[in-house]
Design a binder for this molecule. Sequence first.
Ligand code: GUN
Ligand code: FE
Length: 427
Amino acid sequence: MSEKTFAIHGDIVWSRDRANLQWAKDGYLVVVGGVSKGVFQELPAEYEGIEVIDHAGKLVIPGMTDIHVHAPQYGFRGLGMDLELLEWLNTHTFPEESKYANLEYADKAYGIFAGDLLHSPTTRAVVFGTMHVEPTELLMDKLESTGLKTYVGKVNMDRNSPDYLCEKDAATSLADTVRWLDDVEAKGYGNTRPILTPRFTPTCSDELMGGLGKLKQERGLPLQSHLSENLSEIDWVHGLCPWSSCYGQTYEHFGEMDGEGKVVMAHCNYSTDEEVAILKRHNVFVATCPQSNMQLSSGIAPIRRYLVEGVHVGLGTDVAGGATLSMFRAVADLVGCSKLRWRLVDQNLKPLSTAEALYIATVGGGSFFGKVGSFERGFEVDALVLDDSGIRTPLDCDPAERVERYMYLAEEGGRIVEKYVAGVRVL
Ligand code: GUN
Ligand code: FE
């Protein structure tokens, strides 16, 4: 982390709380040692003479956390969006992921992914690799050098997967995971951390699940997986684990939600009351991925319910279930999906506002990394400087309104001018 003291000057907008944006036109965001000292309308006397990076007229907003994205699926984004989850995995995803056994292919493909992620709105990400150890380390090397902060997982999958993409057995999968964790520790990354990654219950044997639960607790590691994404998937889990009363229990039972490390479960579109109680009991983060849920016809997550009940929620792109790395687009999709759910499924749950979706994209997912996602005093400063002058309008919008329309219109002439992660400029 940088020890530098500086201020960014511009039209600064951030989440004051879950439902409201706060802004300071021509304000100063003061950064000391990577951490916010607050946003001020005038630079306080004690900071007189510090370096001021002048972005007058530009928007300055918190960086976004993509809390669920598959790096090896980036290559086929935008393709094969006519199938549902289980067929999509077999037809498109598994064949593509198997190519990463080849380090030359992984080098090329992960170079493209890391480069594009750096230029995206994302400052932090929680990332799936593949089951392969060395290629996953290569992905971590590339992400490390971007300056973005990430958790990256070597995937575990030892059953119900094609021969060309299946670990031999639980013992092999666990041994490879330990070898990977030891390698990563020896590398001493500053930005990149490992996260245990059982792909999902259908592709992980009981022995593997139990071994990962034990490893999680012994090493205090975080863990990511998928939960209650698609109806056929949920039926399959009930068949595979007839002893379980809900899908979430198949992770909880094996200790995968215990220990110090945080847990993130992607989707939770169909979580029952019992499953929601499990999420709450273990402080699980729900990674909601609205575009993926549309493209794979998976369903619509009850995000308002999770907010009301105090479940942690972050926003993910789930590339390549979602086609784009743009978290701006994900914010707009999250709002749109919540409206469809309200109209078509449950009139008791109000749709989300853009301010609420922005909160989920910043503070919501950022909390997986600590005090991240806001400019309130004490937060690590992840920031995007945005030029919205190309998104023309005759209206005289305030900074919060400009941010709101940026989420919907970024591709119409918006530009990320600079990007900071924990106070360090990375773009
Ligand atoms: N469930 C298991 N694997 C995957 C995956 O790669 N993508 C999505 N969206 N769901 C999954
Ligand atoms: Fe996923």
